[in-house]
Design a protein around this ligand. Structure first.
Ligand code: UT7
Length: 329
């Protein structure tokens, strides 16, 4: 096992005030029901951004909490790595908007687009920045306001997503704490199974894109499900190999929260019982890049992670991207 270089020194989270239950979809004319959503996904409710709530405001709130937890001031942040697919503006990066909001005037700020695996990619980038001496203190945020880029008429997707942000401060490792292994993969040949067909530079923007739904997230759910199960299993195996650990050495698994059935399949493959797996998909839905850091912050707050815990993070998302990080706390 390698000596850790970078550790998670503080975390925070922020979600919109409004909680939307499954029953509310039928009330807005979507042909769905609470029973279907619960049974197929495990989701009971999600947070939905309201007026004045943006990716920047949620991310900045989460970042302030994480900075306080880590005992770091905005001026000490050297880099901000923002993982998102739902920035407030397409130009410039979401990270610079957060930089301005929190007053991290010295930081280099940029986005990482790896969809639901974004925070895992972000942590791995941050570890590299610290390893090379480019940065000492890195703010990694995973956050989304997906409810603003989903098709509210498409029951295949609109019941799945939620909004929220999780922030983490990474610093040089002390006392053997920190990232023990990470593993990143992508397969761009599968991009069209989960994507936004229009709205980017490939086509001139037209009004049709809004009416035909191609401006919004589109997903072939069943295919994505199969790949998610396979890829999460791969990510579990590869991270354990890289860290030279076995499943018994892991105190808690924090998987991407997309669907309870994917989470259960991942736990089964890893040979880890569900009581060692963190689940909050029931209360947040799929918050993409926000899902793992939000769960991490909850797990630190409610004592599921304590000093010395070894935690495995596993993610999968559009791209496709997938990966894992094992860290000691
Ligand atoms: O964040 C990472 C990427 N995303 C994921 O990991 C999501 C992966 N996929 C999934 O989680 C699941 O595939 C879904 C939850 C999206 C769908 O569950 P499923 O068990 O794979 O359902 P399905 O797509 O096979 O659809 C089964 C039926 C269909 O009806 P027919 O063709 O059998 O008559 C759908 O039209 O369920 C229908 N359906 C719904 N019914 C009620 C689809 N969405 C809904 C809905 N309410 N919201």
């Amino acid at each position: 096992m390698k000596r850790p270089i970078a550790m998670i020194a503080g975390t925070g989270r922020a979600v919109p005030k409004r909680v939307m239950t499954n029953d509310e979809f039928a009330a807005i004319g979507i042909d769905t029901n609470d029973e279907w959503i619960r049974e197929r996904t495990g989701i009971k409710s999600r947070h939905v951004a309201g007026p004045g709530e943006t990716l920047t405001s949620l991310s900045a709130e989460a970042a302030r909490i994480a900075m306080t937890a880590a005992g770091v001031t905005p001026g000490e942040i050297d880099s901000i790595v923002m993982a998102t697919v739902s920035p407030d503006h397409l130009l410039p990066a979401a990270a610079v908007e957060v930089q301005a909001a929190i007053g991290a005037t010295r930081a280099a700020a940029f986005d990482v687009d790896a969809a639901c695996t974004g925070w895992i990619y972000g942590v791995t980038v941050a570890e590299g920045l610290i390893a090379t001496g480019t940065a000492e203190t890195v703010l990694v945020i995973g956050g989304e306001v997906l409810t603003r880029i989903m098709d509210w008429k498409d029951r295949n997707t609109c019941v799945l997503f939620g909004d929220g942000a999780g922030a983490t401060i990474l610093k040089k490792s002390t006392k053997g704490r920190g990232v023990l292994a990470s593993y990143l993969r992508s397969d761009g040949t599968l991009a069209k199974l989960l994507w936004r067909p229009s709205g980017g530079g490939a086509k001139t923007v037209t009004a049709d894109m809004l009416t035909d739904g191609s401006f919004f997230i589109q997903m072939q759910g069943r295919d994505v499900f199969k790949h998610a199960v396979r890829s999460m299993a791969d990510a579990v195996d590869r991270a354990l190999d890289a860290a030279k650990l076995s499943a018994d050495d892991i105190d808690l698994v924090i998987p991407h929260q997309a669907n309870i059935r994917i989470i259960e399949a991942t736990a089964k493959h890893a040979n880890v019982s569900m009581d060692k797996v963190y689940v909050n998909v029931d209360r947040y839905g799929n918050t993409s890049a926000g899902s793992i850091p939000i769960a991490l912050d909850e797990a630190l707050g409610n004592g599921r992670i304590t000093e010395g815990s070894t935690v495995m993070f596993v993610g999968f998302g559009a791209g496709f991207t997938w990966g894992s990080v094992i860290a000691r706390f």
